[in-house]
Write a protein that binds this ligand. Structure first.
Ligand code: URA
Ligand code: CA
Length: 434
């Protein structure tokens, strides 16, 4: 087999065989296929697309390019959740605790944040003593015992994707549906998921700016999952403004605790119940979405979900007393209210720029190596559609430096007020099941 023939075949719009796709993925991973041929093929895929069978083959070839996490010793159906990334997306923690409390095992591998989006691992590390390094045996045992464990990325998972993603980033081939969909799905499958619930974000703060594009990506991922034997569904959710109120690591842990106390922001709460109901059904613990939702509401109301969170924190070395006393979480030194200069309805909170403002405070990373400040961040006091009087707070800034002029400037530039009433954006745009 020759790589040049595979490139020409795709360039001419033909479908590649399973063997050709494997030849490319294995050859590229092992350094036998050079970058220039891999980038030519990615560009050909970008223009000529791939059919469902090719997409499934590409995904599985990437899964098989490295280690796969073995979760078969965990009882029950392992349902994983994946978000395509957003600003202030606090969902994973409260969602995992709720779902685990209903009996669906949550064996999660999570990442760190980069740029304007946060990562669950960083948030968890704002809890004193918490660690995310568990051996495979400890991981499996903890999920069997208390139904919930979260580890950092470990092992040599999908090396083909790592290499290809870096190449696509510099060759104008990131925004190709078959390439994005196979990249995301390969990582979830290699991490051991039996079933997958996808939260595809849309809007200013998301990878996919329009609902139409988000739907195309969601449908592609759902197809791949179902074609390789993983029950998969997706929701399309709004990321035109940050999710919930808090953006920043310790601040989001507090928001997660509030949500499990039934006192979370309305949008975060709704997203947790929507995703959670799907996970509970896929996990085989309920037969309808309505039944699943009632079960989740029950474990929040009776405190069982909060109990799971405490056990989970303790099991991974953390100080679980922060759940009852969130003031023990890292606190920033300087708290500043950014107040509205005039009265009006909040028309827009540009998610990406507000995420960047939180990053400037030290809540996020500019590069992979940056140190982050777990205490700092922003808490929105108003969301789109809310009214604010002149002099009332729009945002509370939690900073460890007094020099926050640039951050305040950004907040004023990227939160827009209107004299006329504004309708809040719809949170759940669509549910995609096939
Ligand atoms: N995120 C991924 O993991 N892969 C892509 O290709 C794009 C976004
Ligand atoms: Ca949030």
């Amino acid at each position: 087999m020759r790589m040049v023939d595979i490139i020409e075949k795709k360039r001419n719009g033909e479908a590649l065989s399973t063997e050709e796709i494997r030849f490319f993925v294995n050859g590229y991973t092992q350094g036998e296929v050079p970058d220039y041929q891999a980038s030519a093929l990615c560009m050909a895929i970008y223009f000529q697309d791939m059919n469902d069978r090719e997409r499934a083959d590409l995904t599985m070839a990437m899964v098989e390019s490295g280690d796969q996490i073995e979760l078969s010793n965990i009882e029950g159906i392992k349902v994983d959740k994946h978000s395509t990334g957003g600003v202030g997306d606090t969902t994973t923690l409260p969602l995992a605790a709720m779902v685990a409390a209903v009996g669906v095992p949550v064996a999660k591998m999570s990442g760190r944040g980069l740029g304007h989006t946060g990562g669950t691992i960083d948030k968890l590390e704002s809890i004193d003593g918490f660690h995310v390094e568990l051996s495979n045996e400890q991981f499996v045992k903890q999920v069997n015992d208390i139904k919930m464990a979260v580890i950092g990325q470990s092992g040599n998972l999908t090396p083909a994707d790592k290499k290809l993603y870096a190449l696509r980033d510099v060759t104008g081939t990131v925004s190709s549906i078959p390439l994005i969909a196979s990249s995301i799905m390969s990582k979830k499958i290699a991490a051991g998921a039996d079933a997958i619930v996808l939260d595809v974000k849309t809007g200013d703060g998301a990878f996919m700016k329009t609902v139409e594009d988000a739907k195309l990506l969601a449908e592609a991922m759902v197809q791949i999952g179902n074609n390789v034997g993983r029950n998969t569904m997706a929701i399309i959710s709004d990321m035109s403004q940050p999710l919930g109120y808090a953006i920043g690591n310790a601040l989001e842990v507090k928001e997660a605790i509030d949500t499990l106390n039934g006192e979370g922001p309305a949008d975060l709460n709704e997203l947790c119940y929507t995703l959670g109901s799907q996970m509970v059904v896929l996990g085989g613990k309920a037969s309808t979405i309505e039944e699943a939702r009632e079960m989740l509401e029950e474990v929040v109301a009776n405190g069982a979900a909060l109990e799971v969170l405490k056990k989970f924190i303790t099991a991974q070395g953390g100080d679980a007393s922060i759940v009852d006393e969130p003031s023990k979480l890292p606190q920033a030194k300087f708290i500043t209210e950014v107040v509205a200069k005039e009265a009006g309805y909040v028309a827009k909170i540009e998610a990406e720029d507000i995420g960047t403002a939180a990053m400037l405070l030290g809540a996020g990373r500019a590069t992979k190596e940056s140190e982050i400040d777990l205490a700092v961040g922003l808490v929105l006091r108003r969301k789109v559609g809310d009214y604010v009087e002149a002099g009332e707070s729009l945002v509370t800034v939690h900073a460890n430096s007094e020099d926050i002029n640039e951050v305040i400037e950004k907040i004023y530039t990227h939160i827009h007020l209107s004299k006329d009433p504004v309708v809040a954006p719809k949170l759940i745009e669509a549910i995609i099941t096939k």
